[in-house]
Design a protein around this ligand. Structure first.
Ligand SMILES: Cc1cc2nc3c(=O)[nH]c(=O)nc-3n(C[C@H](O)[C@H](O)[C@H](O)COP(=O)(O)OP(=O)(O)OC[C@H]3O[C@@H](n4cnc5c(N)ncnc54)[C@H](O)[C@@H]3O)c2cc1C
Length: 330
């Protein structure tokens, strides 16, 4: 029986593990692939505070893992396949068949950016095609860029990039934007932004780097080559929330509904990082969520004395020698 199981070893999970271990909780983290999550696949991170000249994603991931493990976090490299979250004791099923029981579960399974499926999208990834304007926009300072999408994220990205770049072409497959009215007004009156309505990107082309995207009007079927140095795909993020579908409340995108305190719709279950409904998906917001989730778990489990088994929660037969619990569980 653990105090807390953390599922997902990206920045949110690793930071939750660091805070949980440092607060004396018996914490285990379950990671399906490798530590760092999306950061582990990012060449250079330039906006994480403390690294003036940026830091390689895998290096940052390794540092986060080392620090958390050094503080006492255990990591198991396995996939979580099923969750039983309703009872006082949470049960986490792993691919090996092992079941980990805990008083609290922090869900930090992250998300991945939805792709367009256009030719060259993968080939020019990190060579002009990006899925994160906040992360990579600065690289294209003074250059011509495009944003593909029509929701709030695409509109925000276009406005963000218009402050940095020479010009922004917004490509949207419909003839109106799904973004909030205030954003739409700002976007349509910004002299640096041009919108290509009823249009899709068929392909990205270039030599060493992205040079052109071929945009097709779906009404006329006419294709226009648009010269750009950068193209930002903003057609949504796909949360890794399949294992909690039908168990927890999710929003329309599949993100777990939880507020700033990270508490999800079941007691002692928390959602941290990109998997949570939130306005900005970045490393700094993921680690912040991880810290908040660990603190909330500690408070909700209500441990008064650390490191003295057995932990007990409300509804279990008491043992005079057991650690006393306070807070919401009593
Ligand atoms: C290309 C790219 C570049 C980026 N660049 C930057 C940047 O420069 N700066 C910045 O601040 N942000 C950047 N981001 C965003 C940033 O990486 C994310 O916001 C951040 O990684 C979210 O952290 P997370 O821990 O919530 O999720 P993730 O990083 O997605 O980690 C989730 C982890 O959970 C694991 N997992 C999922 N399901 C299971 C399961 N069932 N069982 C066990 N493990 C599971 C996954 O394997 C993964 O390791 C970038 C994102 C991308 C895609």
């Amino acid at each position: 029986m653990r105090d807390v199981v953390i599922i997902g070893g990206g920045p949110a999970g690793l930071c939750a593990g660091l805070y949980a271990a440092r607060s004396g909780m018996d914490a285990v983290l379950i990671e399906a692939k490798f530590s760092g999550g999306q950061v582990g696949t990012t060449n250079l991170v330039e906006n994480y505070p403390g690294f003036e000249h940026g830091i390689g994603g895998p290096e940052l991931a390794m540092l986060m893992e080392q620090q958390a493990v050094g503080a006492g976090l255990s990591i198991e490299f396995e996939s979580c396949t099923k969750l039983e979250l309703e009872g006082d004791v949470k049960r986490v099923h792993l691919t090996s068949g092992e079941v980990v029981d805990a008083y609290a579960v922090i869900l930090a399974m992250g998300a991945y950016p939805r792709k367009l499926g256009a030719k060259g999208e993968e080939e020019f990834r990190a060579r002009g095609v990006s899925f994160c304007a906040t992360c990579d926009g600065f690289i294209f300072k003074g250059k011509r860029v495009a944003v593909i999408g029509g929701g709030n994220t695409a509109a925000e990205d276009a406005l963000y990039l218009a402050n940095i770049c020479e010009s922004v072409t917004l490509v949207h497959r419909r003839n109106s934007l799904r973004a909030e009215n205030a954003l739409v007004t700002k976007l349509l009156t910004n002299p640096r932004i041009t919108v290509m309505w009823d249009s899709v990107v068929d392909s990205f082309e270039g030599e060493a780097k992205l040079e052109t995207m071929n945009v097709r009007n779906i009404k006329t079927n006419e294709t226009t080559p648009v010269p750009v140095e950068g193209a930002f795909v903003a057609v949504g993020a796909v949360p890794n929330s399949d294992i909690v579908k039908g168990i927890l409340e999710l929003d329309e995108s599949g993100s777990i509904k939880a507020g700033e305190d990270t508490r999800a719709s079941i007691t002692r279950v928390y959602a941290a990082g990109d998997i949570r409904t939130k306005p900005l998906r970045q490393i700094v917001t993921a680690v912040a969520d991880g810290a908040v989730a660990a603190a909330a778990a500690l408070q909700d489990i209500g441990l008064r004395v650390h490191n003295e088994p057995p932990r007990q929660i409300c509804g279990f037969v008491g043992d005079p020698g057991a650690v006393q619990l306070v807070g919401n569980t009593v």
